[in-house]
Design a protein around this ligand. Structure first.
Ligand SMILES: *[C@@H]1O[C@H](CO)[C@@H](O)[C@H](O)[C@H]1NC(C)=O
Ligand SMILES: *[C@@H]1O[C@H](CO)[C@@H](O)[C@H](O)[C@H]1NC(C)=O
Ligand SMILES: *[C@@H]1O[C@H](CO)[C@@H](O)[C@H](O)[C@H]1NC(C)=O
Length: 317
């Protein structure tokens, strides 16, 4: 029997309640109905028209149909935007390692140094907080001379007891947990991603893994050049943004439609580009490589766009 949008709604509401309260694994398929998807798609088309109606000056972002167009914004938020905000100290706090006063190049991207792993796909798991942190650890290890390896995001999702696995978490709690427990992160092939919560697997102490020695947390609002120096000094930076409008992003530089009101999504900045008239951050996402610009977003620099400079962390290994 075909269920209309009216019939589907209670099922959806129930699923959201389960996700929030019970810590149950995300159901294998989000309750779907053709009617609801068609309605969400129509709404997406209207939204794209609105988002693209602004002056198309200087490489501004464009929006359109992608893998999220069949979701209503509230469903998109409930599934994908599950990073919890944390209060960050304003830079400069008592940073363990100081930021080098380098002169900034016009363009810099850690990908050019071959120290950034491939973009991953969190699927229907709200684990962005773990993807961003593990991405930073991978890169910082490689910057310090270790071979570049995919480390286990699932291990962080399952074992970081101060977070909620695929139901959400905060990068800062994950970093604090990694720093306190000296947890040895194993490789992704040893502890593969399953896109749902599992029991924490422990490894014998002879198992080679990667642990962190420290981390720092900053509020870099109005100090994005200082933040760029931190990127050069420490490696890719974990940030929390308001990614509501990223549901429809296809490419270009995000410079409108992105408030800093409600940080809800953790991502990893790998570089910046100031060669054009609009400088931008190069931001690695965890929604697969078909999203955005090969899995990345470009976000205007110097305007705290999407709140990108409010909650910034670096990892030390
Ligand atoms: C767009 O770029 C041109 C030069 O590249 C510049 O003259 C102009 O002011 C820019 N416009 C805006 C709105 O930034
Ligand atoms: C950083 O270096 C520039 C010159 O390269 C200098 O003008 C500036 O004062 C320095 N800033 C700090 C905080 O030392
Ligand atoms: C990380 O742990 C070390 C001890 O291993 C401690 O000295 C340091 O303060 C911790 N860093 C943070 C940011 O808590």
């Amino acid at each position: 029997m075909r269920r209309g949008p009216r019939a589907a709604r209670p099922a959806l509401a129930l699923a959201v309640v389960l996700l929030l309260c019970c810590g149950a694994a995300v159901p294998p398929s989000w309750p779907r109905s053709l009617g609801r998807e068609a309605a969400a798609f129509r709404e997406s088309l209207n939204r794209h028209r609105y988002l693209n109606s602004f002056p198309r000056e200087n490489a501004t972002a464009f929006y359109g149909i992608n893998q999220f167009s069949y979701l209503f914004p509230e469903d998109f938020r409930a599934i994908y935007l599950r990073s919890k905000p944390s209060r960050f100290p304003r830079h400069p706090p008592e940073v363990q390692m100081s930021i080098t006063n380098v002169s900034l190049p016009l363009r810099f991207d850690w990908r050019d140094k071959h120290v950034v792993t491939q973009v991953r796909n969190q699927q229907m798991c709200g684990g962005c907080w773990a993807f961003s942190v593990v991405g930073a650890v991978e890169s910082v290890c490689a910057i310090h001379g270790a071979p570049l390896k995919d480390l286990s995001v699932q291990q962080v999702i399952d074992c970081s007891y101060n977070n909620y696995g695929c139901q959400g978490g905060s990068p800062l709690s994950a970093l604090s947990w990694l720093n306190k427990t000296h947890m040895q992160l194993v490789t992704d092939s040893e502890y593969p991603f399953k896109a749902h919560n599992g029991l924490c697997r422990y490894f014998s102490s002879s198992q080679q893994g990667v642990s962190i020695k420290g981390y720092s947390a900053h509020d870099f609002s109005d100090q994005e050049d200082e933040m760029a120096k931190a990127l050069l000094t420490f490696g890719p930076l974990v940030v929390i943004v308001d990614a509501v409008s990223w549901q429809d992003y296809l490419g270009g530089i995000i410079q409108h439609h992105c408030s800093r009101g409600e940080p809800n999504h953790a991502v990893l900045i790998t570089g910046f580009d100031k060669t054009g008239s609009t400088p931008y951050w190069i931001v690695r996402n965890s929604w697969g490589s078909s999203w955005g610009v090969n899995g990345y977003a470009h976000v205007k620099m110097g305007a705290n766009m999407c709140g990108i400079a409010d909650s910034v962390s670096a990892v030390f290994v």
